[in-house]
Design a protein around this ligand. Structure first.
Ligand code: HEC
Length: 402
């Protein structure tokens, strides 16, 4: 038991650590190159084959960057490629998906009130969703639609909204968000692994052989790289969302994701225009602020958030609250949980004494009342609605102790 605990806890923690580092390195370098690419300027006197150059200052020195579109006369011996950041993000991310979500699918992926399926079926559907989702995206890019960037973008957006909606009809809210995040992340890494890097290699090979590379290769790579650029912000939202039940626990969670996709595109557009030296489209922040306001509003509809604003007429005794928490929560939220598959108190939340229950009042309200994210798995421990109302009234009254 102790070995299992050590292994699961540390594997999870270390994988997450490396996943975040790899993701930071990947997104960092990709944002950097987008900035560089857009800030290159043409001027007289550039060496042959140079499309533009840019000056930058960093780390105590000045960098003079130039971009060769055709390729330098002599291929440099030391050519740095950027792909391990993306591949490492995928490998650690997929391992985390397995270690966290697939190993305890009943708790994390399934919501019986959404769809009554077993953990194994949920895992199969999740893997299937990733494969199928990626194939559809790839199919869209390779179809005649792929020739028209704007049309492909619009259809791709609709496809992601549909996928978000579909996932919320199969998985728990948190499961649906991570599934969509994993699908987008997979497509982004696949863009690097299957299109951007192989095409770049073909271009280098053609150049070395003294041939003119097919311009379609560079164009396809560019198209995928633009997709990745616009999807970066939403994918990070989805990855960190599992700590925030107001987003994934909302009835309108899939609309929230759709609005986040829009924010991701407009905010990247703001920066892209700025990097290119064009007037900055400040309106994009207005659009983003409006979307956020709508998202916050959506997260309250159909939840018990408003019930917390009005203290209930019936004062609640703390003993009632403690009984509910002991009966419905503490099999998992204890120093030594007794629920199968839970080997340490989840997120360090221990609900085994009056003090600890009071300390976690906000979390209890958010998770078990406002969003019904707890008990997980679609109410695994059958917390009845009357009890949720008692918890709501307790929280509304300032969450008093004994
Ligand atoms: C079947 C086990 C189980 C039961 C029963 C359970 N929880 Fe949880 N709870 C979890 C798990 C697993 C997590 C961690 C989720 C994660 O990884 O983000 C969690 C997380 C939490 C958190 C912290 C969330 C965060 O992201 O910081 C709170 C608060 C919480 N639960 C409250 C409750 C309350 C209140 C009840 C009873 C009404 C309850 N839980 C019942 C398994 C359970």
């Amino acid at each position: 038991m102790i070995w299992q605990l050590l292994f699961e806890e540390w594997a999870n923690f270390l994988l997450r650590w490396v996943h975040v580092i790899a993701g930071v390195a990947w997104i960092g370098s990709s944002f950097y190159f987008i900035h560089l690419d857009l800030s290159l300027r043409k001027r007289d006197g550039l060496p042959e084959g140079v499309q533009g150059d840019a000056w930058q200052v960093h780390g105590g020195g000045f960098y003079h960057m130039s971009k060769y579109m055709v390729a330098p006369k002599q291929m440099p011996k030391d050519l740095t490629w950027f792909y391990w950041e993306a591949y490492a993000t995928f490998l650690t991310g997929f391992s985390l998906l397995v270690a966290h979500y697939y190993m305890n699918a009943e708790i994390y992926l399934v919501d019986k009130t959404v769809l009554d399926i077993s953990g194994a079926v949920a895992v199969a559907l999740s893997v299937g969703g990733l494969v199928l989702g990626y194939m559809i995206y790839e199919g869209l890019c390779r179809s005649p639609l792929g020739k028209n960037d704007a049309a492909l973008g619009a259809v791709g957006f609709l496809f992601l909204v549909l996928a978000a909606w579909g996932f919320t009809k199969v998985f728990s809210g948190r499961g649906a968000f991570i599934e969509l995040g994993a699908l987008i992340g997979t497509a982004m890494v696949a863009n690097v692994a299957h299109i951007i890097i192989p095409n770049q290699r073909k271009i280098v090979k053609a150049l070395l052989a003294g041939q003119t590379p097919d311009p379609a290769l560079g164009k396809a790579g560019k198209q995928r790289s633009v997709h990745n650029n616009y999807l970066t912000l939403p994918v990070i939202f989805l990855m960190v969302s599992n700590h925030y039940p107001l987003a994934f626990g909302s009835k309108y969670n899939w609309i929230i994701v759709s609005l986040i996709l829009v924010i991701g595109v407009v905010i990247r557009h703001f920066y892209n225009e700025g990097h290119a030296g064009r007037p900055k489209p400040w309106w994009t922040w207005g659009v983003a602020a409006l979307m956020i306001a709508i998202i916050v509003w959506l997260s309250t509809i159909g939840t018990a958030i408003s019930s917390a604003a009005a203290p209930s007429a019936q004062p609640v005794k703390f003993a009632q609250v403690q009984d509910i928490v002991t009966a419905r929560c503490s099999m998992c939220h204890a120093r030594e949980p007794v629920w199968e598959g839970i080997i340490s108190p989840p997120k360090g939340v221990v609900l085994d004494s009056p003090d600890s229950i009071r300390q976690h009042a906000k979390g209890i309200f958010l998770q078990a009342v406002a969003t019904r994210s707890m008990p997980p798995g679609g109410n695994l421990t059958d917390l009845p609605d009357e009890d949720r109302q008692i918890l709501a009234a307790w929280f509304a009254g300032g969450a008093p102790g004994i």
